[in-house]
Ligand binder design. Structure first.
Ligand code: FES
Ligand code: FES
Length: 154
């Protein structure tokens, strides 16, 4: 029996310790907003937050998580920083096919929560691990910058 905290809810499930968190979320919990891309920690599409830090769930064994809090794209709706980020996302419209977007949003959210007014260079550096086959990078960077400016001004 494994106990996890996912999106502020305590859940119990049966899974082998070495099962990647991504499969637990998608196949055992139905949280399919987190996407499978490469399965090797190289594309960022499977990104979730672990105690507020962006991690690749495709290479994270569920047995290694312990009491750390997992947040997926489905769990950010009530977060005030996330609301600002999503509003900025809507403004710059980076979503094309959408496949990479949940992972990109989770990393951007971690950046905004952990860095006071990130510079353009910091944004680009942090987001570099994300691959978007639709090439929406500039619109994503702009959305993060807009959200950072709004947060700074408040
Ligand atoms: S699916 Fe996890 S980094 Fe690509
Ligand atoms: S929007 Fe299509 S992969 Fe990024």
């Amino acid at each position: 029996m494994i106990v996890l905290i996912v999106n502020k809810q305590r859940i119990e499930l049966e899974a082998p310790d070495d099962m990647p968190l991504l499969w637990v979320l998608r196949d055992l919990r139905g949280l399919i907003g987190t996407k499978y891309g490469c399965g090797k920690g190289l594309c960022g599409s499977c990104t979730v937050l672990l105690d507020g830090k962006a991690v690749h769930s495709c290479i994270l064994p569920v047995g290694s998580i312990g009491k750390k809090e997992i947040t997926t794209i489905e769990g950010i709706g009530d977060d005030l920083v996330a609301q600002k980020l999503l509003a900025a996302w809507k403004e710059t419209e980076p979503t094309q096919c959408g496949y990479c977007q949940p992972g990109q949003i989770m990393t951007a959210l971690a950046l905004l929560k952990n860095t006071n007014k990130p510079s353009k260079n910091e944004i680009v550096q942090v987001m570099t691990g994300h691959i978007c086959r639709c090439g929406t990078y500039q619109r994503i960077y702009k959305a993060i910058q807009i959200a950072a400016d709004i947060i700074e001004d408040e």
